[in-house]
Each structure stands twice: as C-alpha cells, then as structure tokens.
Design a protein around this ligand. Structure first.
Ligand SMILES: [Zn+2]
Ligand SMILES: [Zn+2]
Ligand SMILES: [Zn+2]
Length: 689
C-alpha cells in the first residue's frame, strides 16, 4: 500500500452516494437456488443483451466493465496483487471498517492505472522527472472490491497525460491489479474466480452456496463484516470473468486428436427445466429425406426370418431349441426334454438351418463331436440362438481376415494366424483350436464360419452409404442449439438427420424389434420424463487416455438410443471403431437399422459402465478382447462424478449460460486430467529409459 499512500484522501470527502443498487445484494435473502432470478444486467450494458455467444469467432462474451484477460492461476502478477490485497486486510496503516462492515481507509483506498512509459497521443507523456507518479483524474467511481477476506471500498481514478488532454485519458480496467470489474460498483480479484473454479471442480458447490461460504468466511474475520456478493451478482461477475479468457473450447484429446477411434458416451439427468429453453431435440429430422431400413434385427441373425411369415414361428422354435441344446452341452440345464420331443425338435432345427450348416447342426445336436469341440461349439451356438447381429460376433471389418485364415486352414492345419482371430473373437479361435486335431470336426467348423462370413458380407452389401460429411456453417452455437461437440476443429454439424421410417414402426424406446427371448432383453431403464421440461445431458468422452470430453448436447426430455446415434451421426465424420455405451447391445440395433454404412466399422461394447447388468451374449463384453483390456474404466467414473458435481449449478441458469458453464468447467477438468496424465507418462518414460 506504500505506493498508494500519497494518494489517500480525507475519508470525510466520501459522499453518501455510495449507497448504490448493489447494496440490495447485501440484504439477507436466503433464497433457494431454484428460485434465483437470472436477470442481473450490469449498468454498463447499453442494450439488453440476450446472446452471449459469437458464432463468427466461436467464443463467448458476457458483458462487464473490464475487458482484459484475467490472470492465469499461476501468474506471478496475480500473486503480487493478492499480496497487496492481503496487506489491506492485515491492517495496513489507516485501514479500518466502516459502519457497514466494509474495509476502508482513514483516507480512502484507491485504485488507478499504473504510470505509462509510452507517450500519449498529444505527445506530452504521462510522467516526467517532476511528475514521476504522473497525474490522476478526479474520482471516476466508487467500487466495492471483494477480497478473499472481506469486502473493501475503493475509489477509482483514471490517468491524465501531463497536458490533461481528454483524448489521452486512460481509464482503469483493473488489469494491473488482477481485478475484474463487473460494473462500476462491483469488482473482485481473479483469485475469487479461481477459487470458485476449484470449488466447482472438487465439490458440489453452487453459486449461492459459494456466496454463503464467502459471507461466513468474511464474518469469521470480522463479526460485523458486510456480506459477499449476492448470488445473482456473483453469477454475472463469474460469467463475465471466465468468458474474458476467450478460451476456444473446441479441443480434442491431445493424443487421439480429431475423429477419435475410441469413444464412450452416457447420459445424465440435470434436473428441473431451464428458463426459456426451446432447444430442438438432436434427433429431430433436419431434412425431408426418408430412409427405410436396409435390414432389421431378424435379418441379421443366424436363424433369420424369411419372407414367409408363417415360417417365423418355426424360426422362433428353432432358436429356442438351439439355445436349449447349447445349454445342455454346457451343462447349464436343470431339466431336459422327453426323448421323443427332443428328437422332433432336433429334426426341425436341422431342416430349418441353411443347407451349409445342416451337417454341423446334426452332429452337434446328436452330440457326435469330441467333447472339447462340442463344448466350444456350444458357446458359439448359444450366441447363434439369439437374434443379435452376426456382425457382433464377427465384426464387418474382420470378415476378410477370418475368411482368409479359414481358407488356409482347409489346406494346412499349421496356421499361426489363428491367434489373430482373438482380436475380435477368442470364442471362434478356441473352437478352431479345439477342432484342429479332428479332420471331420475341423471341416465342419470351417464350413460354419465360412457360412457366417458369407452371411455378414451379404448384410454388408445391403448397407447404405452415410450421407457425405459437409460442414454446416454457423452450426457450432452452443447457446442456440444446446450442443457443443469437439469432434472437428470447427465443431460444426456435418450431417442432417433424415426421417427414419423405422422410428414409426419401432417396438419401443429400447428395441425396434424384440430380442429373441424375454429373458435376454437387456432393459435400460431410460428415465421417463416425470415433470414437464425436465432435461438431461448427453456426453461423449475418450475412455482411452485421460478421459477427454468431446462435448455434449442437452436433451429436452429424456435420454434414449437416439441420443448417441444422432449426436455421432451429426457431428462425427467417421463413426468410432469402438463405442462404449451402457446400452450398446440395443444401441447396435438402432444404428444398423438406420445408418448401417456409417456404423459399419464400429464395435459396440457395454462394459465400461457399472451398475447395469446385462443378459445379452458375450459379444458386447470388451474385456474378452486383449487389446481392449487396458481401457481406463476409472475415467468413466471420474468423469461421471465430475459431471454430477457441476450439474448442480444448472438449476439457476438459462440454457445458454449453462452451456457456457459446462464448456468452461469441462475444459478446466480436461486440462487438469491431461496435465497429470502427461506427468505420469513422463515418469513412465523416464523409468523405461
Ligand atoms: Zn496527451
Ligand atoms: Zn485419447
Ligand atoms: Zn445387454
């Protein structure tokens, strides 16, 4: 404060006009977070702004008196400024409390622009040997500055050039003292902004809770201290402060970059409705094009429906019997059929399967294979008794590999490439290994897999191409669309959602067509919308490295398979190769019924998420595939718990503001995770060196 001493004036000169409208903020109002009005507009805004996002720059800006970029947490200039502020609290000479509990001086505490080295417009300059401290203007305004330990009243001056030329006058914005002015009445140090960020990232704090904490802290220091800002004022202060960093949030994982190959997604309830939220649901068609399914669940499975409907009942019976026989071979049955009945069903099954599979089916149901082969085959047939897509057992992108290995096995059993099969199906690899010593078994097993490969290739041929990815200008606008995705540098939408005729004939939210047996239906209890205007949040993130978040969209209603589908199809140039979703087993059906070409190279997994048990086949368990075992399941939980924390603050905001808040906090979280991830990698690298 030494520097300021010569500028302290007589405290009696302060007029009573300091009783401004901010005083209302200190009236003790114990309002609930939910009731908060979000209408605060700083005096300095000439016109009432309702848009804070600039689609041209992709940046946000909430209005405030200060326009400078706040200091980063570790900026030494911020530390110097804090030290100076603490001196005020420490009872720098003449600092007292006024009758309302504000820190003030025997002479007023003052703020003014530093002496400028550069010349001024008129050439007189801001200082010379006779005026080393330059010349200040009269008091421009009187401000309450919220310090860490109490509120203080300051008088704010501008700076004149030595000639007093009006054009050369420099106004005080707070940059030199790491202060952010919301308005002429309200300012706080950058440390307050950072302090709130810390609280938000690590606790469930809301804006109003933070204000209460600060007020209590003030009173612990001085019993009659004035309170911290009101929640409304603090929200306005923090939003303008954080937006002045001008951060472009469109950042990808530092390792995967854009178009990541591994992605996980999940939805979470935010709670009550936003004010004035009229966002369109992401699945709402944006083109008039109609798309019929290329194929459906029962076309993509082993025992597929054919054109005659009376056959469907037989197919269903055969699926049940195949499940029965497989379980029998695996010793999973408590009760077996009468001999005669089993014989009849065996015959029906053998007659019903494709001619290429009738031999293996006959030998399997008659238990003719060596036990080791019989057991491994039973695992495969148990899956084949369902109506899940054959491509979940042999993904489209692996059919050529498997086909070539099978061909080689026809001529030589000395094949080292069999192990490659475990990249997509350890079960197929095991079956082949079990059959290798037995000529007949091997031949039958190869035929079965060749048949499956052929079937999958036929399905693939019917896949329609996705619409081309075309950037839609101005479509990155989180404030307007309630969505912010960082899959591309521009964050723009790449595809329209057409009209999927499948939507009308779908059985339910969970299934377009039902899984074969009711005991195999994985039911995701998608939350129903209980109250009008309830909103959910859907997020995509990278499960491979530090958990980078690739953005989100707001769901005006409740989550469904439509959400992962529509967000990926609209914003991703290429579908991920591996997708993790807690309802992937049925999400796959949704994708293949609508845009099979887009999802052709995707594998669907459901096991990164806990607290949801599946009854579906092993095909959706990523843990059986070695290269997928190293995924960081912790990241999912950490990311989820982080989202749980920050969504609390949503309740007092408009949708647009909440989007900024999410983007800002997600960015901070990702940066934090990235830097600790990089540190760990460095340590590992040093260890290995
Ligand atoms: Zn001048
Ligand atoms: Zn990554
Ligand atoms: Zn499932």
């Amino acid at each position: 404060m030494k520097d300021h001493k010569n500028l302290w004036m007589n405290v009696n000169d302060i007029e009573e006009d300091i009783e401004d409208e901010d005083e209302e903020a200190f009236i003790d109002n114990e309002e609930d977070e939910n009731d908060l009005e979000d209408t605060y507009q700083p005096e300095t805004t000439q016109t009432q702004r309702t848009n804070f996002f600039n689609p041209a720059t992709g940046l946000w800006d909430f209005p405030s008196l200060s326009e400078h970029r706040p200091k980063e947490e570790d900026d030494p200039a911020l530390q110097r400024a804090i030290k100076k502020r603490l001196a005020v609290f420490d009872g720098a000479e003449g600092v007292v409390r006024d009758s309302k509990g504000y820190l003030t001086g025997n002479n007023p505490l003052v703020l003014f622009p530093p002496v400028l080295e550069d010349g001024c417009l008129c050439g007189a300059g801001y200082s010379d040997d006779d005026h080393p401290n330059g010349v200040l203007t009269e008091v421009k305004y009187r401000t309450v500055v919220y310090l860490t330990n109490g509120p203080a009243r300051f008088e704010v001056f501008g700076r004149n050039c030595l000639a007093g030329n009006a054009d050369c006058q420099v106004q005080y914005g707070g940059s030199s003292d790491s202060l952010h002015f919301l308005s002429k009445e309200t300012a706080a140090g950058d440390e307050i902004g950072w302090d709130f960020v810390d609280h938000a990232l690590n606790t469930h704090v809301t804006f109003s809770a933070y204000c209460k904490i600060m007020s209590k802290k003030y009173r612990r220091n001085f019993l009659n201290s004035a309170k911290f800002m009101s929640p409304q004022t603090f929200i306005a202060w923090w939003f303008s402060w954080s937006s002045k960093f001008k951060t472009d949030f469109r950042k990808p994982c530092s390792i995967c970059k854009y178009n990541p190959k591994f992605l996980a997604c999940d939805g979470t309830k935010i709670g009550i409705s936003f004010k004035n939220a009229d966002t369109d649901p992401i699945e709402k068609p944006t083109s008039t094009e109609k798309i019929d399914p290329c194929h459906r669940r029962n076309d993509r499975c082993f025992l597929n429906f054919n054109s005659q409907e009376q056959q469907d009942a037989i197919i269903r019976k055969c699926r049940d019997h195949l499940a029965y026989t497989s379980k029998k071979a695996l010793g999973q049955l408590n009760q077996t059929l009468e001999f005669e009945e089993e014989l009849n069903r065996n015959t029906l099954l053998i007659e019903t399967v494709s001619r290429q599979c009738s031999d293996i089916m006959r030998r399997f149901v008659c238990n003719e294979y060596p036990e080791s082969v019989q057991k491994k085959l039973a695992v495969i047939f148990k899956f084949l008794s369902t109506n899940h897509s054959l491509s979940s057992l042999i993904p489209f992108r692996y059919t050529d590999l498997l086909d070539s290995i099978l061909l080689e096995l026809r001529t030589s059993t000395q094949n080292h490439r069999i192990n490659l099969i475990s990249d997509f199906s350890p079960e197929i690899r095991d079956t082949l290994y079990a059959a290798l010593p037995y000529e007949q078994s091997l031949s039958d097993v190869i035929s079965l897999f060749q048949y499956l490969v052929l079937r999958i290739q036929c399905i693939r041929e019917k896949n329609k191409e996705p619409a081309p990815a075309v950037r839609q200008p101005s479509s990155y606008n989180p404030e307007r669309y309630g969505a912010a995705y960082y899959f591309t540098p521009s964050g723009e939408k790449l595809r329209d959602i057409p009209i999927y005729t499948m939507n009308e004939s779908a059985h339910s939210k969970n299934y377009d067509d039902l899984p074969t047996r009711s005991d195999e239906q994985c039911n995701k209890i998608y939350p129903e919308v209980s109250r009008r205007g309830t909103t959910y949040l859907f997020l995509w993130f990278d499960p491979k490295h530090y958990g980078h978040c690739y953005g989100f969209h707001i769901i005006p209603g409740s989550e469904g398979r439509k959400d992962p589908f529509s967000s990926a199809y609209s914003y991703l140039e290429h579908a991920p190769e591996e997708v993790f979703y807690d309802f992937s087993c049925q999400f796959e059906e949704y994708c293949l019924n609508r845009e099979p070409g887009f999802w052709e190279n995707t594998r669907f997994w459901h096991d990164l998420f806990h607290g949801y048990s599946h009854k579906c086949p092993f095909c959706y368990k990523s843990q059986r595939i070695c290269p997928l075992q190293g995924l960081n399941t912790e990241i999912c939980e950490q990311f989820n718990s982080f989202i749980q924390k920050i969504k609390y603050s949503a309740r007092s905001m408009s949708l647009g503001k909440f989007c900024f808040y999410l983007q800002y906090m997600i960015h901070q979280w990702c940066e934090m995770k990235r830097s600790s991830f990089e540190q760990r990698c460095d340590i590992a690298a040093a260890y290995l060196a």
